[in-house]
Design a protein around this ligand. Structure first.
Ligand code: PAF
Length: 289
């Protein structure tokens, strides 16, 4: 595996791969690799002949007072993990390479999809994500880009950005990887104490309660949301939000739910970690017969 730090070198490598008639899959990351990242890397290796993992803790997606300074950084063990996972190139640009003027004047502004769910408490977050992902797409020119379903709002926004701005890249989404307790793997789980980690498992238990009500035929969004809230309350967790929205555009879910896919999503603080999780609920089209 080669570590690449220069933007021009990364672009030249990707162009050379395409020149050979081969393909590139990109896994954008902020490092601190766990089994969730390794699943993304595995998927990337299935999709293309060459796998590029980018590692950049993007300051643009952290608001004032958020955990940018505290975010785990461990390049050496990440490098070893990516190499063991069969990654071909680890792209680690510096902040001055990505944002040479410091101030970013031209950026991607996402609009309505960035203003709901996590966007309410993190108003600049998704513009920062979309901007850095757009930059990575321009630099790496991947055929595929791979993201985790755990960041469900991010996935919906990036899919939409790719359509709205005609990026020639296909998006692959990998299911959330969980601890045996159900807790979704996240680099931010490192902020949890052992007791908080046990408490945090309630997020997925709560979503599972909503999922069970849905599987039992419940189709009223508010009832499903209340089923999630009840489990969180029992665990002593006051959520930042529990919402059910249309998975593709994050718009309001109809009551009762119509055929389509919905994101049942939660965000909550546990200790000093702000955690998110979601499940997809799909209402099938009525059968033609
Ligand atoms: O999901 C993440 O780790 C980040 O939001 C991403 C996509 C790498 C952009 O910085």
């Amino acid at each position: 595996m080669q570590v690449v730090t220069e933007i021009e070198a990364m672009r030249a490598i990707s162009r050379e791969v395409h020149h050979r008639g081969e393909s590139v899959a990109l896994v954008p990351t902020m490092g601190a690799f766990h089994a969730g990242h390794l699943a993304l890397m595995r998927r990337a290796r299935e999709l293309a002949t060459v796998t590029v993992v980018s590692l950049f803790v993007n300051p643009l997606q952290f608001g004032p007072g958020e955990d940018w300074a505290r975010y785990p950084r461990r390049l050496e063990s990440d490098r070893a993990a990516a190499e063991a996972a069969g990654v071909d190139y680890l792209f680690v640009p510096s902040e001055s390479a990505m944002y040479p003027h410091g101030e970013v004047v031209a950026r991607v502004v996402v609009g309505r999809m960035a203003e709901v769910l996590c966007g309410r408490s993190r108003p600049t977050h998704f513009n920062g994500v979309a901007t850095v992902v757009a930059k990575l797409f321009h630099i790496v020119e991947p055929d595929w880009a791979v993201f985790g379903q755990k960041d469900g709002q991010q996935v919906a926004i990036i899919r939409r950005m790719v359509e709205d701005l005609n990026f020639p890249v296909r998006i692959a989404v990998v299911p959330t990887v969980r601890e045996p307790t159900g807790l979704a793997l996240s680099s931010r789980n490192e902020y949890l104490t052992e007791a908080e980690r046990r408490k945090a498992a309630a997020l997925y238990q709560a979503l599972s309660a909503g999922q069970a009500r849905f599987a039992g035929g419940e189709r009223h969004p508010q009832v499903l949301v209340e089923a999630v809230r009840a489990v969180l309350a029992e665990a002593g967790i006051q959520p930042e939000y529990v919402e059910l929205v249309q998975a593709w555009d994050l718009g309001a879910a109809p009551d009762p739910l119509a055929p389509g896919a919905y994101l049942l999503a939660v965000a909550a603080w546990v200790g000093t970690a702000r955690l998110i999780d979601n499940v997809i609920l799909t209402v099938p089209e009525p059968s033609a017969s």
